[in-house]
Design a protein around this ligand. Structure first.
Ligand SMILES: *Cc1c(COP(=O)(O)O)cnc(C)c1O
Length: 386
């Protein structure tokens, strides 16, 4: 092991615990990212695609009817659901693909569990004319047949991984061994604010556009900072993007919402998984515990190292919401605002409703609506029918 635990640290969390060959590849990546992240031409390129392809900036919508019905704080929705492909994931994908292009790389690989990151990656690879391979656990490919078809339609090669339990973790392992073998022409495009350095830092950088926009928008609309920013937490990328420009504003409460069925931060312990240290749900044998929340995008036994740190220091609060509560919020927002949230985002909505009730009319809450619910309609239909 060539541990590189001194870089990419957030308190005791993060770092890079990897075999030597992989460590070298990621150290090179970290160097390239540092070289381009604030380069004016790179930034200009990124803004161009975020505007013309993703459809940014997206609105910060005042949820007038929900606010009135709930009573209490004003609720605003940051509309990541309006992005091309229907969620925040594309922000990070575009950023990393532009970096890959700068590095002269033409082959992209990625892991996917539920298929959302795979679809976002395949989408951008089609547009940027990149060769695209998506690793997906065999069990997941069966559960998400339509997403497999969607990725193939976009020109990606989907590789079902039979090893282990045929789940996300096994797909990550396969993608990493592909990277070690083919690093000279291959870029591993990781989908959340997790993994060894530099991924958590890089993903945060590309997702921070969310709070960069919302801060300006809320100042325009309310002429003050929000009382609280609320976001759901799976690996933590939409939440860290929604928080980042407020972290130094001590009076703004930052609230991450976890599914009660995968409460990594709320119930986890520090451990190293997938090459980095974070709060993790472990079973009695010390192995990462399989989780099963109703929102597939929140199904991960670990969480981003920066969230682990923000929780430990108390700068951010983390709460849980049950599948049942989020299913109710899914229906409520649809009914009163005509906006159907992703089941993941419904967790944040559910908590925002509770929070708004406990605050006054002078308070303002921003909820990050990380994605739209179209992808979840069949599943919700099945659940409600029963
Ligand atoms: C993937 C996904 C999430 C969870 O991932 P994070 O990295 O925690 O943001 C949340 N919402 C939607 C809509 C997603 O697709």
């Amino acid at each position: 092991m060539a541990d590189n635990v001194e870089t990419g640290l957030f308190g005791e969390f993060g770092g890079s615990y990897l075999p030597e060959d992989l460590q070298k590849v990621l150290s090179d990546l970290a160097e390239q990212f540092e070289k381009y992240r604030d380069d004016p031409e790179f930034e200009e390129d990124l803004s161009y695609y975020l505007k013309e392809y993703v459809g940014r900036e997206n609105p910060l919508t005042f949820a007038k009817n929900l606010t009135k019905k709930v009573g209490g704080a004003k609720i605003y929705l940051k509309r990541e659901d309006l992005n091309h492909t229907g969620a925040h994931k594309i922000n990070n994908v575009i950023g990393q693909i532009l970096l890959a292009k700068r590095m002269g790389i033409t082959r992209v690989i990625a892991e996917t569990g539920a298929g959302q990151h795979g679809v976002a990656t395949a989408t951008a690879c089609a547009m940027f004319e990149m060769d695209c391979t998506i690793y997906m656990g065999k069990t997941d490919t069966k559960r998400q047949e339509l997403n497999v078809f969607r990725m193939e339609l976009l020109g990606a090669k989907v590789v079902p991984v039979e090893k282990g339990q045929g789940r996300l973790k096994d797909a990550v392992d396969e993608a990493l061994s592909d990277l070690v073998e083919n690093y000279e022409n291959t870029f591993y495009l990781l989908g959340s604010a997790v993994g060894p350095h530099p991924f958590p830092t890089m993903v945060k950088h590309f997702q921070s556009v969310v709070s960069k926009e919302s801060k300006r928008q809320i100042m325009e609309k309310e002429n003050k900072l929000p009382t609280a920013v609320v976001a759901c937490v799976g690996g933590g990328s939409n939440a860290i993007g929604a928080f980042s420009h407020y972290i130094d504003e001590a009076e703004v409460r930052l609230i991450g919402v976890e599914p009660a069925e995968a409460a990594t931060i709320t119930k986890g312990v520090p451990a190293v998984i997938h090459g980095f240290k974070c709060l993790t749900l472990l079973d009695e044998n010390g192995e990462p515990q399989p989780t099963n929340p109703i929102a597939a995008g929140l199904d991960y036994p670990g969480v981003g190292p920066e969230h682990s740190h923000l929780s430990t220091t108390g700068r951010a609060e983390y709460v849980t919401v049950t599948g049942e509560e989020s299913l109710e919020a899914f229906q409520e927002l649809s009914k009163v605002e005509g906006i159907t949230p992703a089941l993941e985002s419904s967790h944040a909505i559910a908590h925002a409703i509770k929070l708004a009730q406990s605050l006054s009319k002078d308070d303002v809450i921003i909820v990050n609506l990380s994605g739209r619910g179209d992808k979840d309609i069949d599943q919700v239909y099945e659940m409600l029918k029963k």
